[in-house]
Design a protein around this ligand. Structure first.
Ligand code: HEC
Length: 114
């Protein structure tokens, strides 16, 4: 193997390692950590809203009473004044956030079928 090839291989290895570490730091995996990183600045820690115009996520018949599919779609693609989050979080992260919100704000799916 040429020196250049060996160097390139070593760099690729280092590069992959650095990516893994920074990706792990930038994307925590618990629903709670994800919620505080990506949602709480607008929705508040308690889901009631930290800025005007957000819907209270803790209402029994509010947004979280919709099906998982609807809530996840609206989280990823945006809804009215809610920005699309799919550039920042993956679908599985949206699922973890939803599971956390249902527990923390005590709203099971399917109270209403809006
Ligand atoms: C920049 C501020 C902002 C951020 C960040 C944000 N939201 Fe929102 N969200 C809003 C606003 C504003 C609304 C109200 C939309 C409307 O009805 O006009 C909303 C509405 C919602 C709704 C209700 C949709 C419906 O069916 O009525 C859900 C669910 C939601 N957000 C989840 C999330 C989650 C989960 C995150 C984090 C991944 C998040 N939001 C991040 C501002 C934000």
């Amino acid at each position: 193997m040429s020196r250049i090839k060996r160097f390139a291989l070593a760099m690729a290895f280092v590069g992959t390692g650095a990516f893994t570490v920074s990706a792990a730091l930038a994307a925590p995996n618990s629903g709670e950590a994800l919620y505080s990183q990506y949602c709480a600045m607008c929705h508040g820690k308690d889901g009631k809203g930290a800025m005007p115009g957000t819907t209270d996520l803790g209402q029994a018949n509010g947004p979280l009473s919709q099906s998982d599919t609807v809530v996840i779609e609206r989280t990823l693609k945006g809804y009215k004044t809610m920005p699309a989050m799919d550039g920042q979080i993956s679908r599985s992260q949206a699922q973890e956030i939803l599971a956390y919100m249902r527990k923390a704000f005590n709203v099971p799916a399917g109270n209403s079928q809006k």
